[in-house]
Design a protein. Structure first.
Length: 311
C-alpha cells in the first residue's frame, strides 16, 4: 500500500473551485433571468413609464402645446369649484366601492369556503361571471336596467306601489348607481382572493381556538383576520388604484352627469382633454390621482412591511 503525502493546498482548493463554479452559475442564471424579463421591462417602460413622464411634460404646456407655462394649469384647476367637486366625488366613489367590495367579497368567500368540495367549482365559476364579462358590456346592461322609460328596477318597484326612481337623473341616485355597478363588477375579485387566503389558514388554529372555547366571532377576529391581513391589504390597494382610475362605468352610465355630479378624475380628464381639446389641462387633472394613490400605497405597504418584520 503506497502512502500518499498530505497536501493541504489541494484539499482546500476543491471547495473554493466548487464555490467559484456555483457563483458563476448563479451569475449566469441571473443574467438569463434578466434577459427573459427584458421584453416585459421594455413593455412596461413603453406603456407605463414613458406615458407617465410625457403626461408630466404635457401638464406644463399651454392649450396649444406650444409654450411652457409651468404650474399654471394646476393653479387654474385649484380655482375651479368643479375640480374640488371631482376630488370629493372620486374619493367617495373609490373608498365606498372598495369598502363594500371587500365586505361583500369576504362574506361570499366564507359562504363558498363552507360549501362541500364538489360544489365549490360550480359556485366559483358562477360568482366570477361579473368580473369576467367586459365592463363596458355589463355596464350597458345596467344602463338598460336604469333607463327612465323602461327600467326593470322601476317596473319591479311599481308592483309594490313605489314610484319611479331617477337612477341617473338625480345626483344622489346617480352616485349610488355608479357605485353599485362598480361593487357588482369588482366584488368577485375580492371573493376569489379571500377564498384563496381562507384555504391557506391551517385548520389546527381553528381546532385550538375551539378547544379554548372560542365562538365563531372570536375565531374570525383572532384567527381568520390576522391570517388574512396581508391579502386584505394588498387587494385593497390594488382595487383602490383600479377604482380611482375607473372610466368606463361612469362614462357609460352617466357621462359625468347630472351637472358634473358623478365625474371622477378619469372621466373629467377625458371631458377636458379630449372633448374640450385642452390636452395639457386634462393631463394635469389625471396627475392628481398620483399623490392620492401614493399616500394610500405608502401607508398600506408600510403596514404590510411592519407586520412582516414582526413575524
Amino acid at each position: 500500500m503506497v502512502d500518499i503525502p498530505y497536501q493541504p493546498g489541494r484539499v482546500a482548493a476543491a471547495p473554493r473551485r466548487r464555490r467559484g463554479g456555483l457563483a458563476a452559475m448563479m451569475k449566469r442564471k441571473s443574467m438569463v433571468a434578466f434577459l427573459m424579463a427584458l421584453p416585459l421591462i421594455v413593455l412596461i417602460g413603453v406603456l407605463v413609464v414613458y406615458p407617465a413622464f410625457y403626461a408630466v411634460h404635457l401638464s406644463t404646456l399651454n392649450k396649444s402645446m406650444q409654450r411652457f407655462v409651468g404650474f399654471d394649469n394646476f393653479l387654474f384647476l385649484f380655482k375651479r369649484d368643479t375640480f374640488w367637486l371631482v376630488v370629493q366625488q372620486s374619493c367617495i366613489f373609490a373608498i365606498t366601492a372598495v369598502v363594500f367590495k371587500a365586505l361583500l367579497g369576504f362574506i361570499v368567500a366564507h359562504f363558498v369556503h363552507n360549501v362541500p368540495a364538489k360544489g365549490q367549482r360550480k359556485w366559483r365559476g358562477m360568482l366570477l361571471v361579473p368580473w369576467v364579462i367586459p365592463p363596458a358590456m355589463s355596464t350597458l346592461a345596467w344602463l338598460w336596467l336604469f333607463d327612465p322609460s323602461y327600467s326593470a328596477f322601476n317596473y319591479t318597484l311599481g308592483m309594490f306601489g313605489i314610484g319611479p326612481i331617477p337612477w341617473t337623473g338625480d345626483a344622489g341616485w346617480a352616485r349610488f348607481s355608479v357605485i353599485l355597478v362598480n361593487i357588482w363588477y369588482g366584488a368577485p375579485f375580492f371573493m376569489i382572493m379571500y377564498l384563496a387566503a381562507l384555504k391557506s389558514v391551517p385548520e389546527q388554529l381553528y381546532e385550538a381556538a375551539a378547544i379554548d372555547g372560542a365562538n365563531w366571532w372570536q375565531k374570525l377576529w383572532y384567527v381568520t383576520l390576522p391570517m388574512m391581513r396581508n391579502i386584505i391589504a394588498i387587494t385593497t390597494l390594488f382595487s383602490l388604484i383600479v377604482t380611482f382610475a375607473n372610466f368606463d362605468i361612469v362614462r357609460i352610465l352617466t357621462a359625468g352627469g347630472p351637472l358634473d355630479h358623478t365625474h371622477i378624475f378619469a372621466t373629467w380628464a377625458f371631458r377636458i382633454g379630449i372633448e374640450g381639446s385642452d390636452i395639457p389641462l386634462g393631463a394635469s387633472v389625471s396627475l392628481f390621482m398620483l399623490p392620492i394613490l401614493g399616500v394610500a400605497a405608502i401607508f398600506i405597504l408600510r403596514d404590510i412591511n411592519k407586520r412582516g418584520n414582526e413575524s
